[in-house]
Design a protein. Sequence first.
Length: 384
Amino acid sequence: MSASLQVLQGPHTVIRAFSGQRSASYAPPEDASGELAQAALRQLSLERLMAYGVHHPDAMELRGRVWSGEDWRAVATDLAEVCLDPPESRVAMETPASRARRLLRASALVRMSQMMMLRNSPERSAIYGRASELYAEAALLLGDREKVVLPTANGPLLAWRYRSRRAETLGRVVVIGGIEGWAMDFSEMGESLADRGLEAWVLDGPGQGDSRLILGHYLGLGWERAYSDVFDAIAQEGPDVPLGFIGNSMGGSVAIHLAARDPRILATCNNGGTSAPFMARANPTFFQKMTAHVGEVTEDEAVEVWRSVNPVDPAMPIHTPLLVVQGGLDPLVTNEDAAFLFSQAASADKQLVVYSDGDHCIYNHADDKHALIGDWMVSRLARR
């Protein structure tokens, strides 16, 4: 503790100490000690952490302490525990509202603690299960989302259902993430859609999140059947309203593939998907994560599965309304690839929106991105 803070100490004083903020504000990732720390700081920017539900001070503390030499997983876990029992809770009795927010904050940190684990393991599943339990406890307190397990022919999938916050439900929208950003990480998108009168089903698809690490449902050949069963299930959950689909990162490739084949999808958004997912094999570390998506298989077997995700199929192009969102500085999906994918869509109603300084999935313009996608979905689904 600094000398300037020591003068404030006393029997009626509570001081919550932070140490990482100064170094996090200026430190380049390549100056961190150790390859794992450099990779974590490079891949998980401040904006991306916050987009996944990590609060600003926690993201600053995490990045700063890792840059200073501490272990990524250990720091994220430590910060999660502090969130659950902060010094402030000893000043006043915790209200349900405060508890819910702290649970969500802790869940996000626990999820981030396993982000640098490339392979599936019982240890990783236990960590993710803990994050899911914290999130579910918060959901019960908030009452604005519910956990739903959806049976499919390929095995169960987990979704978080956000009911429309308007009197009328204008449509239902299935939302998926990609290789490592999953359902709980897209809470803000679910809330944004619900605010606009849409019922959001934020789904862990085959190979994602709870569906993979807890329920054991991997991406495999014939994966489309699982999504078809999901669409069947949610169609029974109320009035007959139009269906939209939003795919983030590699989920955008899945979204276009499905929309080209399933006439129930009446509006599609691709936020950060590539035209040829299997080509990611050129990036060895990222492809390890893609292989884990498929399960305990060889890389060649994983390529075979990922080839079956084909958003650019001349024999079966997408015709439904399409919104493609691209970050001009996306390190994973080039602008040329995004332009090619967009050009191959046969949709009469299609729009490409580029954020000139946008990163992958536009994490650095989250509010604008959510407003764009939500408003576009409303405009296309409401008129149907």
